[in-house]
Design a protein around this ligand. Structure first.
Ligand SMILES: [Zn+2]
Ligand SMILES: [Zn+2]
Length: 359
């Protein structure tokens, strides 16, 4: 038996309870978690904004040590440090064939999904495949990637969602070039990773926007050269900071209609807006036909940083070892498993960035 945070039903508080895990079958790996980040998507899954079968063990951003492997697993062995990857790719569907592995049709339904069992015998679903809000988890082998050398497990925990997403938004989705102006809306874990990635890309100015004035120091430490407290005049303020033109690139890390519209309004003619934030179906963004023509802007969605984790993790590791990417700067709080509900409350209140569960 291991301790886990279980979501009994959508909208219910998480329960810290003992669960039993199966031994890893063929193509599966058992991992003892070292650390796991609490991501906004976990909150969205728990309150029904995103759907998940329940009861479920949430948590999709973590790293740990391999305890045991099932038949046929060769890329990791017991004792290895691994990063959990919640979006495994099958290598065979159309998206995988054309190199867009982040859109793999099988990512959320793939073979090898493991269901843990609660003490009373109820089957538990793994939220986003990896069920990281637990002391141990059993996952499909393609949900683990070796931790790059020289990266501590507590830092590696954040690679699997926030950092791949933020880095990928800048480098894969927006393709930020040196000297371009970038605005990042929303200074949470992903927003901070995005700011650091814009700094790595040599962008400037790098403008952070958040509703909270208290996040300025965090944002500046992550590479923001300007800080704007969100208001009705945000787009105007950003134009003033970018030669009255507007930013070359806006990256929205909130997932609200109003913020997406502000991001778009903040870019120059021909500018690019990348939406990373995950919002609900009720968030309708509108554009009139004339402005689409006049401004010549692009707006794109972005899933998991449009990343191929196997290719991008080694790049991230280089940046970490060289001190260009500081993952500890994303963490505003270290907690235990029973601290997740309070971490959710902080997210709702817009306080802090990443809460990291350290096991
Ligand atoms: Zn996430
Ligand atoms: Zn696929």
């Amino acid at each position: 038996m291991v301790r886990a945070a279980v979501l009994p039903a959508v909208g219910s508080p998480l329960e810290i309870t003992e669960i039993s895990l199966p031994e890893p079958g063929p193509g599966q790996v058992r991992v003892r978690l070292a650390a796991a980040g609490v991501c906004h998507s976990d909150l969205s899954l728990s309150n029904g904004t995103m759907r998940v079968p329940v009861p479920a063990v949430l948590g999709h951003e973590g790293a740990g040590t391999v305890v045991s492997v099932g038949e046929g697993v060769t890329h990791v062995a017991p004792g290895d440090g691994v990063v959990l990857n919640w979006a495994p790719s099958c290598g065979a569907c159309h998206a995988c064939t054309i190199g867009e592995v982040w859109l793999c049709a099988d990512a959320l339904t793939g073979a090898g999904r493991v269901h843990a069992v609660a003490a009373d015998g109820t089957e538990l679903h793994p939220g986003l495949n990896v069920a990281a809000f637990a002391e141990e988890t059993v996952v499909a082998a393609n949900c683990v990637l070796p931790v790059p050398d020289g990266v501590p497990l507590t830092d590696a925990a954040l690679l699997g969602c926030a950092v791949l997403t933020g880095y990928g938004a800048v480098h894969n989705a927006a393709r930020v070039r040196e000297g371009e102006s970038v605005v990042v809306l929303g200074v949470g874990g992903v927003g901070l990773a995005t700011l650091q990635s814009a700094r790595i890309a040599g962008a400037g100015p790098v403008i952070a926007v958040d509703v909270s004035p208290e996040k300025e120091e965090l944002a500046r430490r992550a590479g923001a050269t300007e800080y704007v407290v969100a208001s009705d005049t945000t787009a105007r303020e950003i134009r003033a900071l970018t030669g009255k033109r507007g930013a070359d690139v806006a990256i929205e890390c909130v997932g609200r209609a109003a913020t997406i519209r502000t991001a778009w309004d903040s870019t120059r003619r021909g500018g690019r807006t990348v939406v990373v934030g995950i919002g609900g179906k009720d968030q309708q963004v509108t554009f009139n036909a004339l402005e689409l023509f006049h401004w010549g802007r692009t707006l794109s969605g972005c899933v998991y940083g449009n990343s191929d984790p196997a290719a991008d993790l080694p790049l991230l590791a280089d940046h970490i070892r060289a001190g260009r990417l500081d993952l500890s700067a994303l963490v505003t709080e270290q907690i235990a498993l029973d601290g997740i509900p309070a971490a959710f409350d902080n997210m709702l209140a817009g306080k802090g960035a990443r809460a990291l569960i350290v096991f």
